[in-house]
Design a protein around this ligand. Structure first.
Ligand SMILES: C[S@@+](CC[C@H](N)C(=O)[O-])C[C@H]1O[C@@H](n2cnc3c(N)ncnc32)[C@H](O)[C@@H]1O
Length: 441
């Protein structure tokens, strides 16, 4: 079986066809409604960020107090929910790492690496440990297909040399280098409630999905005790049979820096409608320095978005984007608006916070696809601002109405994305808590 064959990667949902420059692209075989799961793929290898170590199980990523996790008695550096997770991790690769881990991580060759390279080194170690244990005789096993698929992924544009790795193995140095050359443009940041906590390898998802800055799908992660973390690709909106399915590799709001990231990290030029508009606009001016001028631009932005039928960034028609609004695409415009909103919300300046929130929502509507998580996260922040104002100072019907509206709108976005990440404390849980609390008003 060749892992590079399109047929092997066909599922009942999708198939691959050639892409002009990116080898292949993923096409919907059936129609998907918003919120449906297109692909579900278990992690082949993953590694927790150093800040998460001892807080999460190294096998299933369950978040737990360090007191309740059990340390591996061999290396004392890996933590597990219980014996089930420990035994699963042992079989899937830890036994190749355990005895060598502490001398490996304390060696000067590892210590001298930059932080991101340390993560790469640990992930590469985990990949090799797991691959070593994949039974080569089981040619048709899912694990073997996953490993062969990873080996056959497109290499990234930079040829950085592979970092030192932990497990003893029989792979030739060229193979290790080949595997490492797939890291930058294929690996995933694993997140819970949209905050990265680990890095991982999900070969089938990597092989299938290209990037778009106006994606029709997005990636989320499912955590189940005693199971490896699962990546799911979810439709953000209705997708018709025959449509290309794309996910965002990076936050589409990086309107200025994304071209360089695609070029250096992924080795392609993005030709999505959003990038075509940004290219047509050319030089993006900085936002006005004066408060009055900044507010005037915000007002213009809100007026434009209110009457806009479809975002020019989703149609690619740059003639519909007023050039006097070009400065809203400057990355410092979003950060300034977010800071205005957070500061006003924190200081209890309700009206000011709501003004900034309206402008931020308008900007998100312009640059993000519908149901993009950042849209929901902001609406939830707005709901919290309403709630804080109601309990701390003024209680008016208009604020209660705004709170209700925001909770409904935030819930709509997160219903599409569905449950993800840690079972507790996420946006969905926060929406429920606020909805319940609202009843006591
Ligand atoms: C995760 S892989 C995606 C699968 C890839 N198309 C393949 O055939 O293996 C990432 C690589 O795909 C290519 N790619 C992804 N999105 C692209 C796009 N929008 N345009 C051109 N190439 C793209 C780039 O070479 C990138 O480094």
């Amino acid at each position: 079986m060749s892992s590079d064959s399109f047929d092997d990667l066909q599922t009942k949902n999708v198939f691959l066809v050639p892409h002009a420059v990116g080898r292949s692209k993923c096409i919907a075989k059936i129609a998907f409604s918003a919120g449906s799961t297109i692909l579900s793929n278990s992690s082949f290898a993953d590694v927790l960020l150093p800040s998460e170590k001892s807080h999460r199980c190294d096998y299933c990523h369950h978040l737990s107090g360090s007191d309740s996790l059990k340390r591996c008695t061999g290396c004392a550096s890996f933590y597990y929910c219980d014996q089930i997770c420990q035994s699963m991790d042992w079989k899937s690769g830890h036994r190749k790492i355990c005895g060598l881990y502490n001398s490996y991580t304390s060696a000067s060759s590892f210590q001298a690496l930059e932080e991101h390279k340390k993560m790469d080194a640990l992930l590469l170690s985990s990949l090799i440990a797991h691959a070593t244990l994949v039974d080569a005789n089981e040619r048709n096993s899912d694990e073997n297909t996953a490993f062969l698929t990873f080996q056959a992924l497109l290499p990234g544009p930079m040829a950085a040399s592979a970092p030192p790795i932990c497990p003893k193995h029989s792979f030739p140095a060229e193979v290790i280098q080949e595997l490492y050359s797939r890291f930058e443009n294929n690996n995933f940041s694993i997140h819970s409630h949209f905050k990265t906590y680990a890095h991982g390898i999900f070969p089938i998802a990597s092989r299938l999905f290209n990037h778009s800055c106006m994606p029709n799908a997005a990636v989320k992660f499912i955590l189940v005790v005693h199971k490896p973390v699962k990546l799911e690709v979810v439709a953000l909106r209705a997708i018709s049979k025959g449509d290309e399915i794309c996910i965002p590799y990076i936050d589409p709001a990086l309107l200025q820096t994304r071209t360089t990231i695609f070029d250096l990290t992924y080795g392609f030029t993005c030709c999505c409608p959003s990038c075509n508009v940004v290219r047509a606009i050319g030089m993006i001016p900085g936002p006005p320095k004066g408060q009055v001028e900044f507010q005037a631009v915000c007002k213009r932005l809100r007026e434009f978005v209110e009457v806009m039928r479809l975002s020019p960034f989703s149609t690619g028609d740059d003639s519909l984007f007023p050039r006097d609004l070009a400065c809203v695409l400057h990355e410092s415009f979003i950060s300034t608006l977010s800071e205005h909103f957070s500061a006003a919300s924190h200081d209890g300046q309700y009206d000011v916070a709501m003004e900034s929130s309206k402008s931020l929502s308008a900007l998100y509507q312009l640059i993000y696809p519908p149901n993009y998580p950042q849209i929901g996260l902001h609406i939830l922040e707005k709901a919290k601002t309403c709630w804080n104002h109601l309990v701390r100072s003024t209680h008016t019907m208009s604020i209660v109405t705004e709170l209700e509206r925001s909770l409904v709108a935030a819930r709509e976005v997160f219903m599409v994305i569905g449950l993800e990440g840690d079972p507790d404390n996420g946006p969905v849980a926060e929406i429920s808590i606020l909805s319940d609390a609202k009843k006591s008003l």
